[in-house]
Design a protein around this ligand. Sequence first.
Ligand code: ACO
Length: 354
Amino acid sequence: MGSAVTGWGSALPSLRVDNNALSQVVDTSHEWIAKRTGIHSRHIAVDEDATTLGTQACAQALEVAELGAGQIDLLICTTSTADALLPSQAALIRARLGASNAVCFDLNAACAGCVYALSTAHSLLQTMPNMKRALVVGAECMSRIVDWTDRATCVLFGDGAGAVVLERSDNDRGVLACALRNEDDVDDVLRCDQIYSCDPPFSADGVIPCTQEQIAANAEAEGVGLEQALANAHCTGKAPLVRMKGRDVFKFATRVIPQMLQEACHQAGVSVEELDLVIPHQANERIISNAAKKLGLPLERFHRIIQETGNTSSASVLMALAHAYQQGCIQPGQLVGLVGFGAGLTAGAVVLRA
Ligand code: ACO
């Protein structure tokens, strides 16, 4: 039994921001960004959010698979930039889509989320008798957590969503093998802290450092309203933004892409050379070409959309996979390798037969 990809879709926000537009925001240039990353433009969600983008990608995937939303048993959303902490992003998409029979949850494995989510969906389809059809969606609004004053990171990321339908199949089509790996990020090479704007009104020893009476008295003394004084007392206003040591991420990525692809191919009983197409995480054109070289594969075998999308984190592999299907780059029976890496540090690969 396998889990076959029977539908695919993707969505981009309507606003396209090219490198020249970015050079008006930070001290950079089209030449620098294009040469060092391969990125020419990215899309930024202004009117959209992760729910609208994710739902759009899922609806497209359902249309290709010729399924109704009610026929989906499982919906996994991979994201690091969900619209809400509660409920899950998957629950928001499920409701918007009308996938009222789906069990749903989020999965965060940073940019490698796509391969983690596909592996999880595949496992559940193989082991849960009542689960036959799954939607795996990556929906990211990276523009929410990017430091727009840091030219070394803000030029890299974009927003978007990608989705696939996976269906349990009785033939040899579909997911053949999955390989996942984690390494501790001991040097904090990639990190974005959480938005918790409220401080609980207790200290570690249980003492209440700032009672409501004290806040009210302070408010009166300072001449500010009570509401404002309460907000000042309990809100830290920390800004959670992506911090990255680019060169270290680069080294990690170019080491693990070949390793993970080789591991997944080994498990599938095929060689890397047999892969007809590789869909890598779209983080940097130079990372992709470096990995292709290490594997001894022609760069043309690596499907790339990064020029137009930038790095859309966990949505990127799903978006590139949908693009490859839409462009006719994947034919039935062909072998496809998906590979991702990200904060954590996470890495993984999936080998499937189309
Ligand atoms: N425009 C112009 N100059 C810049 C820019 C910019 N946008 N960004 C950095 N520079 C400058 C630096 O200030 C530095 O200047 P200096 O020499 O005067 O100090 C110079 O360019 C070189 O900087 P480096 O950081 O050494 O440049 P590098 O060649 O390493 O490229 C990059 C930086 C593109 C970030 C690269 O390291 C990279 O791609 N790393 C991987 C990043 C990545 O993929 N992250 C995400 C993966 S995981 C995930 O998807 C969440």
